[in-house]
Structures are given as structure tokens and as C-alpha cells.
Design a protein around this ligand. Structure first.
Ligand code: DGL
Length: 270
């Protein structure tokens, strides 16, 4: 792909600390199958969930700046709840292209719950964010929102995408951490507030002791991306997508089959 081609038909950029952004990408390619894709994973920074707000607020805009300079995308999607709830405003002010964020699906959960008790699974950093408090106050003030940090699910999702068997104890511990809190027995809706977690939806459903709906914002984000790019023409033939990492290239080789399904077969280092 040459520089000229990139400018004529700019790609969509997806950004996450690891493979979590794939859950947003999957919904987007359903709506925009011909859009050229750049998938960026900050493996040198994974996991984001244990990092401080200050570190992420500095790191993420700087990386997005380098990615935009190199790939000249039409639009950037921060396909990571931790990054979005901390650094979305910083990224928007640093870039001159539209930036779509991924934030916990509290608004849809609030309309779906019948018991009025909603669970939220995220990283340690996400569940303590004022951004989440604001969403809860705006859209779920008449509901109970119980939060639980499940950082091990990030690694379980990474392992699954490498083709390894996911650790059922880790999945069960995440479910128990939420449902065994006071009031947790009334949870009927769980927000997957980390983009890695929808990749484990089947495992979470199996581990839940009763029917629970697990929801995330990926479909809504895909619709937003399609809306913001509605005037853009895509190439007649789909292009090879690019996976770019801040980490080592050998470390991501085992993700090739998972990404090949979405036309991403070129791997680069940032
Ligand atoms: N996928 C990221 C999110 O949506 C977090 C994973 C991590 O801790 O790096 O929050």
C-alpha cells in the first residue's frame, strides 16, 4: 500500500492495548466490509487497567498521534474502555480527525434491566473513573450499579484469541465477584465494560448461574463509525488490513488466524 493510496482511500484506525478492540472491529466490518483497516495494539503498554490516569493520559494521545501520522486514517476509534474513559478528550484535542470512543454501555443496560440491578465488569482503572460515575448519574440514577474489576479476563481473552483454551476458573471468579456482592443476586444485566470481555461472552454465559444478559457497546459504535464515514467511498476490492503493535512482532504471530478472518494479514511494528 503506497502513501498515495492511503490518502485517496483513508483507512479506519482501531486502537486498544491488545486484541480487545477486535470486538468493536467485528461489528464495524459487518456494516463497512470494504473499509481498509488498521488495527493498533499497544502491547508494550498492556495492561492499561493497572496504570495510572496520568500515565495513560500522556501515553495514549502520543501513540494515536504517531499512528495518525503514519497511516493517515479517516477516523480513529479508541476501542478500549480504559483508554476512552481516561484519555478521550486528550486524544480529541490532539488529533484533527473524528475520534470515536468506547465507554461502558450504561444507557442501554438501564433500559434493558427488569430488576433494576445492573452489573459492570471492567478493568480496575475503568471502574473507578468519574466518567463512569457521570454515565451512571445521567442514565441509571434510579438503578443500582454494582461494579467489579476483572483484570484476569483480559488475559483469558488474549489466550482464547491465540487459540488456547480459556481458564474456566478465571471466568467463574469474575462472575462470582459480581454476583456475590450484596445485592448481586438481583443482577439481570451485565455490562462488559472492557473490549476484551465480549470475546468471552459464551464462556461468561456458561459460567453464570442463571440467565443474564451480557451487553456491550460495539454495535452502537459501529453504527456511529458508519454514520461519520457515510460520505466516504471505499475501495471496490477489499484491501489487506494491517495489525500494528508497539510490542515485538513475534509476540503477535499467534493472533494471525483470528485477524485473518477480518482481512488483516500484514503485521507491522510501530
Ligand atoms: N481492552 C481494554 C478496555 O477496554 C483494557 C485491557 C487492559 O487492561 O489493557 O478497557
Amino acid at each position: 500500500m503506497t502513501e498515495t493510496q492511503l490518502v485517496e482511500c483513508p483507512p479506519l484506525l482501531f486502537f486498544d492495548s491488545g486484541i480487545g478492540g477486535l470486538s468493536v472491529l467485528i461489528e464495524t466490518v459487518k456494516l463497512l466490509p470494504d473499509a481498509p483497516i488498521i488495527y493498533a495494539a499497544d502491547y508494550a503498554g498492556l495492561p492499561y487497567g493497572i496504570k495510572s490516569e496520568a500515565e495513560l493520559a500522556a501515553r495514549i494521545p502520543a501513540l494515536l498521534g504517531r499512528l495518525v501520522e503514519r497511516y493517515k486514517p479517516a477516523l480513529a476509534t479508541i476501542a478500549c474502555n480504559t483508554a476512552s474513559t481516561i484519555a478521550l478528550d486528550h486524544v480529541r484535542s490532539a488529533l484533527d480527525i473524528p475520534v470515536v470512543g468506547t465507554v461502558p454501555a450504561i444507557k442501554p443496560a438501564s433500559t434493558l434491566t427488569r430488576t433494576g440491578v445492573i452489573g459492570l465488569l471492567g478493568t480496575q482503572a475503568t471502574i473507578r473513573q468519574p466518567y463512569v460515575d457521570r454515565l451512571a448519574a445521567e442514565f441509571a440514577s434510579d438503578k443500582v450499579l454494582l461494579r467489579h474489576a476483572a483484570p484476569d479476563l483480559v488475559y483469558a481473552a488474549e489466550a482464547k484469541l491465540r487459540g488456547e483454551k480459556s481458564d474456566s476458573e478465571v471466568i467463574q471468579a469474575a462472575i462470582n465477584g459480581l454476583l456475590k456482592q450484596a445485592g448481586g443476586e438481583r443482577i439481570d444485566t451485565v455490562i462488559l465494560a472492557c473490549t476484551h470481555f465480549p470475546l468471552l461472552r459464551d464462556e461468561l454465559i456458561t459460567a453464570a448461574p442463571r440467565p443474564i444478559q451480557f451487553i456491550d457497546g460495539a454495535e452502537g459504535i459501529a453504527r456511529r463509525i458508519a454514520f461519520l464515514t457515510k460520505n466516504q467511498s471505499w475501495p471496490a476490492e477489499s484491501r489487506e488490513g494491517i495489525f500494528v503493535t508497539t510490542g515485538g512482532l513475534p509476540d503477535i504471530a499467534s493472533y494471525r488466524p483470528a485477524f485473518a478472518k477480518y482481512g488483516i494479514s500484514r503485521f507491522e511494528k510501530l
